[in-house]
Design a protein around this ligand. Structure first.
Ligand SMILES: *Cc1c(COP(=O)(O)O)cnc(C)c1O
Length: 348
């Protein structure tokens, strides 16, 4: 199988920069960004803040770093971080909150709502005293990756954030795919972000930039975040080279609707395969459940790879397929056919 024939649905991070992005990188005006001398980075940070309706923004190498900087700035050493047990920060960031910020995580099961209810937030908020550490931060996620790329309605974010704020607890939103949420919900990203104190979003996923994420919030918060970025080793020099494609990425939000349509097509196709269940997606993530077929996700992923479809294991019987700019409807149809062949093979 040639590389060209491989349909890579492992993640929306696999997108390659467009020719326009490569041109923009090659011709970007640059300077030393640690000295704040890079005009392209400065422009990206201005435009990124505008895109989510915050005072300021900071360009960082990855979504993980953006989240971990937020945890560090919002919490004091030894405080608790309240979050969903299936959140990216809890599941997939290597215990960063513990190792980088000395935060104790308090995971709760937000279930299909993806965000804990206001009552749950109040109940799980810990007041500092002689024995108790105090809650330093509530972290939410939208879209919710592990729960199938769910676009969480604004009122749920609003309710949880209001409950946290009542207790004096700030709120961070892991909005790695917040523009997917905005497109799916038909709202501006700024409406989703309005109830929270800081937000992370990725330029390097469906928006197609080669590298980089944004942490956004109030100006004073971002000033402190800039120090912590340096502490974590994320101070970059002529970063305009990667910020220039990021500027183009910011302009491509509307194209995410294509990914969502392709995901719907993929889910319908996969769900029609005997023994496989795939719920209708909100955005660009399709979770295929092979429990009825008795196929472990690890076997599915390995067999799909051999047949020329990339996906990733999510849990014992679930695998994730993600649509993105570099796959079209025809690729999706081919992928569905191949997954059908794989299932037939594995159940033969
Ligand atoms: C991808 C992702 C991140 C981390 O982004 P990286 O750039 O891969 O570090 C954080 N949160 C969520 C929900 C993600 O999907």
């Amino acid at each position: 199988m040639t590389d060209d024939d491989f349909i890579d649905l492992r993640s929306d991070t696999v997108t390659r920069p467009s020719d326009a992005m490569r041109d923009a990188a090659a011709t970007a005006e640059v300077g030393d960004d640690v000295y704040r001398d890079d005009p392209t980075v400065n422009e990206l940070e201005r435009r990124a803040a505008e895109a989510v309706g915050t005072e300021a923004a900071l360009f960082v190498p990855s979504g993980t770093m953006a989240n971990q900087i937020a945890v560090r700035v919002h919490t004091d050493h030894g405080q608790e971080l309240l979050l969903d047990r299936e959140s990216h920060i809890y599941r997939w960031e290597l215990a960063g909150a513990a190792t980088l910020s000395g935060a104790q995580t308090r995971p709760v099961d937000a279930g299909a709502r993806c965000v804990p209810t206001a009552d749950r937030v109040r109940a799980e908020t810990v007041t500092e005293d002689l024995h108790r550490p105090g809650t330093g931060l509530l972290a939410l996620e939208n879209t919710h990756n592990y729960r199938g790329g769910r676009a969480v309605p604004v009122d749920r974010i609003d309710a949880a954030a209001a409950a946290a704020h009542e207790g004096g607890v700030p709120v961070h939103l892991d909005g790695a795919r917040v523009f997917n949420a905005a497109v799916a919900l038909g709202v501006e990203a700024s409406e989703i972000v309005a109830p929270v104190d800081s937000v992370t979003f990725c330029l390097s996923k469906g928006l197609g930039a080669p590298v980089g994420s944004i942490l956004a919030g109030e100006a004073a918060f971002i000033e402190e975040a800039r120090r912590v970025r340096k502490l974590f080793g994320g101070g970059m020099r002529q970063a305009g080279m990667i910020a220039a494609p990021g500027l183009l990425a910011l302009e491509s939000v509307d194209r995410l609707a294509d990914d969502h349509a392709n995901a719907e097509r993929l889910a319908a196709g996969v769900d029609a395969i005997d023994g496989v269940d795939a719920a209708e997606p909100d955005t660009n993530i399709v979770v295929a459940d092979t429990e009825r077929a008795g196929i472990p996700a690890s076997d599915l992923v390995a067999a799909c790879e051999e047949r020329g479809v990339g996906c990733v294991e999510f849990d014992t019987h679930t695998a994730r397929f993600t649509t993105h700019r570099d796959v079209d409807a025809a690729d999706v149809d081919t992928a569905v056919e191949r997954v059908g062949d794989v299932i037939a093979d594995l159940t033969a």
